[in-house]
Design a protein around this ligand. Structure first.
Ligand SMILES: [Mg+2]
Length: 144
C-alpha cells in the first residue's frame, strides 16, 4: 500500500506529494500563493456571486450566523482528530476537509460579507493590530 501524503485520507491513490488528489485540487485553485486581504475579499466575493449567493440580499445576521457555523465545523474537526497535523487539511472525494479548511471557510465567508457591504477589512485589521499593541498584559488579567 502506498504511503499517504498529509493531504489524503481514505481510499485513493497517493504516492506522496504531489499526489493525484493534490493535483486535482490544484486544478480548482486551492493551492494559491499568499493572498493580500484585498485579494481575499475579491476572490471570495467573486466566487460567491458566481455561485448565486448574492442574487438577492441576505440578512447580515444570517452572514454572521454562517461565520459561527464554520467555526463550529472547525470544532467538529478538532473533536474528530484533535490537533493531528496530518488532519489539518485533507481531501475526501476531492473536497478539502479539516480544521484548516473550516478556518479558511471562516475567513472566506467574512471576506465575502465585507466585500458585499464595502467593509474595509484591511484597514480594520491594521487598526486592530495596532490597538492591540497598546492593551495591557492579558487585557487586564483576563483568563482567556
Ligand atoms: Mg465549512
Amino acid at each position: 500500500m502506498p504511503e499517504k501524503c498529509r493531504w489524503c485520507v481514505g481510499p485513493g491513490e497517493c504516492d506522496a506529494w504531489p499526489c493525484s488528489m493534490a493535483k486535482e485540487a490544484d486544478k480548482n485553485g486551492f493551492f494559491t500563493p499568499d493572498l493580500t486581504v484585498k485579494e481575499l475579499l475579491k476572490a471570495s466575493h467573486d466566487t460567491a456571486k458566481q455561485k448565486g449567493w448574492w442574487e438577492k440580499e441576505r440578512p447580515f445576521g444570517d452572514q454572521v450566523s454562517n461565520f459561527h457555523g464554520e467555526v463550529s465545523e472547525a470544532w467538529e474537526e478538532y473533536r474528530k482528530y484533535g490537533l493531528d497535523p496530518a488532519k489539518f487539511l485533507y481531501f475526501v472525494d476531492g473536497k478539502p476537509e479539516g480544521i484548516a479548511a473550516e478556518l479558511a471557510d471562516v475567513l472566506i465567508r467574512i471576506a465575502d460579507t465585507c466585500a458585499h457591504y464595502g467593509i474595509d477589512l484591511t484597514e480594520a485589521i491594521r487598526v486592530k493590530l495596532e490597538y492591540n499593541k497598546t492593551r495591557s498584559y492579558r487585557h487586564g488579567n483576563k483568563l482567556a
